[in-house]
Ligand binder design. Structure first.
Ligand SMILES: Nc1ncnc2c1ncn2[C@@H]1O[C@H](COP(=O)(O)OP(=O)(O)OP(=O)(O)O)[C@@H](O)[C@H]1O
Ligand SMILES: [Mg+2]
Length: 441
């Protein structure tokens, strides 16, 4: 007889779709919003995600950059492994406008609480209750159970911090579950068609891994790389057999390499000048890079002499001229990058070879970490590597992992690796007894 939990899970899997809210405008909608938030001079929440990015980038007249606060990638900024996070921890804004040496700060717990409050209040009202299916349903906020996911490498303090932020945002303790991200990812991946083996209902699924099978979950996010190892202990249960390890080699490492390149090409003074005088254009270039990065594939890197084109806002050219007295187009022609980069009016072209190199560090570190991990005695018998997280949408990354580990291990990437954690968290919310044990930290 299946247990009640088992039946609920089955119902969710088979009859209920897990809805995913789409973020952004027009055709470029995504499953996740960027981790960006904007506050006004009184530390009052203004906008989140793409809206915050756009407010910040496109409305320089309305925003007082010297007094407003803009935070991005704030999760990773806060949780460097060595830091202890408390209610007193301050979060530094992303961009210092007037004085790059002294960044404005807000209490981190207030930043997180404001974002949670926006997501649980506004978004629920707008998305959930307006949907045809739920229109007319009487509900109280207490009727909703929330699952907040945290990376497995977070320590106890970071988890307490998240609970505090949720409480501040008005979520009652009894309505909150914290889920570890690789656990959520593996719960999801055990439920969907991800492999090429079939279970007895003819469904392709990692659930076909028999009891005793061991696998690695590699979660490649924006900031962090989370690597955890599990063993299947039952139809709906997992056991962690190796503590989370990993580092800060997510998608933003690639962007950081691009920043280093800009620094070498243009110099610090030019970049600082753009930041101070035209912050929206500073962000526009990084935004353009993010777009190009997301469409850059392994196929491009097979054509190393071809180019990627980045629109370059004119103020970058102006500031280069003002600071150096030289024309950027000519300077690039004489620089060490002359065979790999060119600038023509408001376009910067970068060869695929150079563009590919921005991924090198992130890939090198991940492969090294995985090699070290897989050598460990207690990982003997691991057969499968499950890859999730937004950065794993990149074929540059997945090809590199395949090349290094594809012969010895089965590599599994779910269809939408970026939302595996989110959907798994929903399933976990219905049955948090799925994880039978964890390796104690
Ligand atoms: N097609 C793509 N190619 C390359 N990178 C991509 C692609 N799509 C998304 N990314 C990158 O994935 C990252 C976001 O991944 P994800 O949504 O899993 O992060 P996160 O869960 O918010 O971060 P973290 O897990 O570190 O807390 C970003 O750095 C983004 O640039
Ligand atoms: Mg993540």
């Amino acid at each position: 007889m299946p247990s009640v939990d088992d039946m609920i899970i089955r119902k969710i899997q088979t009859t209920q779709k897990i809805n995913v809210r789409k973020w952004g405008d027009g055709v470029n909608k995504t499953n996740k919003a960027p981790t960006c938030v904007l506050f006004d001079h009184e530390e009052k929440f203004v906008s989140f995600g793409y809206e915050a990015m756009n407010d910040f980038r496109l409305n320089p007249k309305e925003i007082d950059y010297s007094k407003w606060y803009y935070f991005e990638h704030f999760k990773i900024k806060l949780f460097k492994q060595e830091d202890i996070v408390t209610k007193e921890t301050m979060l530094e804004e992303s961009l210092a406008i007037q004085n790059p040496e002294s960044k404005k700060k807000m209490y981190a717990v207030d930043v997180f609480a404001a974002v949670i409050s926006y997501l649980t209040g506004e978004v629920v009202k707008e998305e959930f209750m307006q949907s045809k299916k739920h229109k007319g349903t009487k509900y109280k906020l207490e009727d909703i159970h929330w699952v907040i996911t945290v990376p497995a490498i977070w320590d106890q303090n970071a988890k307490l911090f998240m609970q505090d932020a949720a409480r501040k945002a008005g979520i009652l303790g009894k309505n909150l579950t914290l889920a570890l991200e690789p656990e959520a990812a593996s719960i999801y991946c055990r439920r969907v068609a991800v492999g090429d083996s079939e279970d007895n209902e003819g469904c392709k699924a990692i659930a076909a891994l028999g009891i005793g099978s061991k696998y690695v979950v590699l979660d490649q996010g924006g900031g962090t790389t989370d690597i955890t190892v599990y063993e299947v202990t039952g139809k709906n249960t997992l056991k962690e057999i190796h503590q989370a390890c990993g580092g800060h080699w997510g998608g933003i490492t690639v962007t950081a390499k691009f920043n280093n390149f800009l620094l070498r090409l243009l110099g610090n003074d030019v970049i600082t000048n753009v930041k101070i005088n035209n912050p929206s254009d500073y962000y526009q270039l990084l935004y353009n890079f993010e777009h190009t990065k997301a469409s850059f594939t392994e196929e491009h890197s097979k054509l190393p002499k071809d180019n990627q084109t980045l629109p370059l806002p004119f103020s970058w050219l102006d500031h280069f001229q003002k600071v150096t007295g030289c024309d950027l187009e000519d300077t690039v022609k004489q620089s060490m990058y002359r065979s790999r980069v060119s600038v023509k009016r408001d376009k910067m072209r970068i060869t695929n070879e150079l563009f590919r190199s921005f991924f090198d560090d992130s890939i090198k570190n991940i492969v090294k970490e995985m090699e070290n991990l897989l050598k460990k005695k207690k990982l003997e018998g691991v057969e499968t590597i499950l890859i999730v997280g937004g950065h794993s949408m990149s074929t540059i990354l997945t090809n590199a992992i395949n090349k290094s580990f594809g012969k010895a291990y089965k590599i599994v990437i779910p269809k939408n690796p970026d939302i595996a954690v989110m959907k798994g968290a929903v399933l976990f919310g219905f049955n948090s007894r799925m994880i039978t044990s964890r390796v104690s930290q």
